[in-house]
Design a protein around this ligand. Structure first.
Ligand SMILES: [Zn+2]
Length: 442
């Protein structure tokens, strides 16, 4: 049969998934029952488009965070390092304005919690919680760092009794982008290959990044394997920041395969590091009830406990578990672009961003509600570590400090604030050449 030309064209058009982009709004992302301070710039007022319409470059992301810092007395932005490509790594300290004057006092009070040989038990009810919110260590998992703009805006501009109370009792360290160079590479690819008329076809250029893709940093290192050995500048700065505060909770926002849904820890029980105390997993599970509740209310599909490990301490969601902190992994199915066809239907970038916002809000609520319980755990973690050490058969390790490998090893111990017997002064000298000065959050 001979098909007329216009029918062939029509068939071709019907075979290619084409969609018009629905523009998201701020209401789409944020709670409807919170009033927002008009003096704080929204992401759209600064970017010139709503979050999720484009892939925001790192300089735009940081520009908006600096604008929030300038406009809000709840925020102080600090630069804690530079990536290989000389992009700033920044952290927003977010808390009630009255807490900024006493940040050093808060730090000192918290020091007592992780110094089991100190003088008596501190009053844990009076000590603010510290919550480290970390986004998109894999640069092509962009829903996280895009959500960070909305979460930062919510924390800067939100006017509610619940939020006021949370900020009084909590110091939030919001790290909007763990991997600046990866984010920049990915955003550039997507925006360059996106069409005016969107295509959701998985075979489209937009959804097929070439090597080296945006996951890794400039030199191809997976920064989510580097928290323990800390060989990359991004990790060196971040570990110093973590050690400066030793937070109660750290959240780590990622993306996974496009055909999945949304995952939060606890991970699969058989793959939890045996050194991690059982109480850590219990508290992770308790915090998970907050995610489950909010996502259920919003009718978002999710799962937990079925996969993803909590074993290797070089990962951002596991490193905290070795230090009395609760590390939590989030994994959102990736649109890996603007809108992609998946087994579960069309997956849009704004939808993925919104889920990361939800997980951030549920975590904030959990930290606020569980503050004293989390302080109790942090305190007992260091107490029980001493008890466990006193029962252990191995009392120490002896090694020389005369070769480069030992010096590098001591450098790593020093980064994690693992102290050595006082007579090792010569070791300290070797370590100085590596050591990074602590950032100033005061
Ligand atoms: Zn990831």
């Amino acid at each position: 049969m001979k098909l007329p030309f216009f029918r062939i064209v029509l068939l071709l058009v019907l075979c290619v998934p084409v969609l018009a982009q629905q523009k998201p709004t701020l209401d789409y992302y944020l709670p409807a029952d919170v009033r927002y301070d008009q003096n704080i710039p929204t992401p759209a007022s600064w970017l010139g488009y709503e979050v999720g319409e484009w892939h925001t470059s790192h300089d735009q992301l940081i520009g908006y965070m600096r604008a929030l810092d300038a406009a809000s007395d709840r925020i102080t932005l600090q630069e804690y390092g530079r990536s290989h490509e000389n992009r700033p790594l920044v952290c927003l300290t977010i808390t009630d304005p009255s807490n900024f004057a006493r940040l050093n006092d808060i730090k000192s009070a918290r020091q007592q919690m992780f110094n089991p040989q100190g003088t008596g038990k501190p009053n844990l009810k009076d000590i603010p919680a510290v919550y480290y919110m970390g986004y998109s260590i894999h640069g092509n998992e962009a829903s996280g760092d895009h959500a960070s703009m909305l979460v930062a805006y919510h924390l800067a501009a939100g006017q509610s009794q619940e939020l006021t109370q949370l900020l009084k009792n909590t110091v939030i360290l919001l790290d909007p982008c763990f991997n600046p160079d990866g984010l920049q590479r990915f955003a550039n690819w997507i925006n360059t290959n996106k069409s005016k008329t969107l295509s959701a076809d998985q075979a489209g250029n937009e959804y097929n990044e070439p090597w080296p893709r945006g996951r890794t940093n400039h030199y191809g290192f997976d920064l989510n394997r580097d928290w323990l050995v800390a060989r990359q500048p991004e990790s060196v700065g971040r570990v110093a920041l973590f050690q400066e505060w030793r937070p109660n909770v750290l959240t780590d926002h990622h993306e996974m395969g496009s055909n999945s849904t949304f995952f939060f820890q606890p991970g699969v029980p058989s793959r939890v590091n045996p050194i991690t105390p059982a109480r850590n997993q219990e508290l992770t599970a308790k915090i998970a009830t907050y995610h489950a509740k909010l996502l259920s209310e919003k009718k978002i599909l999710f799962y937990t406990g079925e996969n993803f490990d909590d074993f290797y301490y070089g990962k951002g969601s596991t490193y905290p578990d070795a230090q009395g902190c609760i590390g939590i992994l989030f994994e959102q199915a990736s649109s890996r672009g603007t809108a992609q066809e998946t087994d579960n239907g069309l997956l849009t970038f704004p939808f993925t961003i919104r889920n990361q916002v939800y997980a951030s809000l549920s975590s904030l609520q959990a930290v606020g509600d569980m503050r004293v319980e989390l302080n109790e755990y942090l305190y007992s973690f260091y107490q029980s570590a001493l008890e466990d050490a006193s029962k252990a058969e191995v009392k120490g390790y002896l090694f020389t400090n005369e070769d480069a490998a030992s010096a590098a090893f001591l450098d790593i111990l020093g980064m994690h604030k693992i102290t050595l017997p006082a007579e090792k002064h010569s070791v300290q000298t070797i370590r100085c050449s590596y050591h990074v000065s602590s950032p100033n959050t005061g």
